[in-house]
Design a protein around this ligand. Structure first.
Ligand code: K2U
Ligand code: ZN
Length: 173
């Protein structure tokens, strides 16, 4: 298990549409394991492969927040939204690639997702609440879309300028 470096916006790799995963090799399993470790360490409740510089359609998530409830680490390979509810919900989103910036984003309240698991089998599940928000946020990452892309241009530019400044300061350290 090893921690991966999380890319910070702006970075061209965060804007790319990622490639489908082919065979579920041991390397894919190792990447998923490293991504889960990196996500829990951040801490976060989701992480997509392009955020650690891997341009593949793979995401991990675990939106269990109640310490009394056992964690539910999930690995979704080549995920596809097969249904979205008419109902929408708004959530104050953040992003591990856009640290300390939060904004309200409206999305379908429930989604049905189909994916391939590490077991090579096809899975399908309906998500609601924070799980629905998170899986849509992560699938957006696989298509090079960030939550700030839903904001008004001025707000998006303000956040981007803050990240450019942050990266400049980090580079100086
Ligand atoms: O993809 C990521 O950057 C991890 C995101 C996932 C996420 C964003 C917004 C809403 C739900 C999930 C987060 O940074 S993980 C940190 C976090 C934790 C709880 C609630 C919101 C954000
Ligand atoms: Zn994110």
């Amino acid at each position: 298990m090893s921690l991966k470096t999380i890319l910070i916006h702006p970075d061209p790799r965060l804007k790319k549409v990622t490639d489908p995963v082919g065979a579920i090799t041991p390397e894919v399993g190792k990447l998923a394991e490293d991504m889960l470790e990196t996500m829990y360490d951040a801490p976060g409740i989701g992480l997509a492969a392009p955020q650690v510089g891997v341009m593949s359609r793979l995401l991990v998530m675990d939106c269990v927040k109640d310490p009394e409830v056992s964690p539910r680490p999930m690995v979704l390979i080549n995920p596809r939204i097969t249904w979205s509810s008419e109902d929408r919900s708004t959530y104050e989103e953040g992003c591990l690639s856009i640290p300390d910036q939060y904004a309200e984003v409206e999305r379908p309240a429930e989604v049905r997702v189909e994916w391939t698991g590490l077991d090579g089998k096809t899975h399908e599940e309906e998500f609601a609440g924070l799980w629905a928000t998170c899986v849509q946020h992560e699938i957006d990452h696989l298509d090079g879309k960030l939550f700030i892309d839903y904001l008004k241009p001025l707000k998006r530019q303000m956040i981007t300028r803050k990240m450019v400044k942050l990266k400049r300061e980090k580079a100086r350290l």
